[in-house]
Design a binder for this molecule. Sequence first.
Ligand code: AMP
Length: 278
Amino acid sequence: MVIIKTGEKLTQFILQQKSLGKKIGFVPTMGALHKGHLSLVDTCRNECDLAVCSIFVNPTQFNNAEDLHNYPVTIERDIEMLVAHDCDVLFLPDREEMYPANGKLETYNLGNLEHVLEGSFRPGHFQGVCQAVDRLLHRTQPDVLYLGRKDFQQCIVIEKLLQLTGRTNIALRKLDTIREDTGLAMSSRNLRLGIADLEQAPSLYRVLHHIKAHYRFDKRHELLHEAKEQLKQAGFDVEYVELVNEKTLVPVRNDAETKVVVAAAWLGGIRLIDNVQL
Ligand code: AMP
């Protein structure tokens, strides 16, 4: 695996590979890799000629300085895992490379998408995500971009970013959430859960799955209310549990819409998110 630290060198390398007719796949991450990330790398590896992964803990998407400060960094282990999964290129830029001093930060017209759900609890988060992903795509110029459905709203926002920046030639692959045996969605933040909280954490998936299993349109408010109550009893501080339209992310108004149930809740000082498609 080649490790490249500057955008200029990465673009040079990619253009050379493209001139050989290679199909470029790209998996952006913030590191502290787990099986969820690796499933993206494996699929990218299988579907493309060149698998490129990036690790960059993007400061502009953290609306909470403490969360950024505590974000796990396990770079040596990450590199070993990427090598074991046959990743071809790791792009490892530093902050100055991504955001040169005195550089301007773009804003993107994401409409309502950046104000609902995650956006309403994490103001500015999706602008930050777009600032990083836009820069990474500019350098990587992939044919296929791999994202996890675990971050459901992020997938929709990045789809919008591709339209806004005229990158409709990039194919977007949204892959299923990889879970622990308990159902808990794998996440880098799980590393920060204490033992007792790790035992409670799978309740988040359990209540979402319960809603899916017992769903009836006329019972939806009741089911959402019950889910929140169960999470509170399990020790969570709930931000939202909502049943929303898969594309617009606004609460469903009729049963014909394609639906996803999404949730965010704090447990032991750690913010967890999850979603299940109905
Ligand atoms: P992150 O490092 O958290 O920014 O995540 C990088 C990519 O991995 C994003 O596209 C995430 O949606 C995806 N991802 C994170 N956790 C999982 C998971 N448990 N299953 C599948 N994909 C995931």
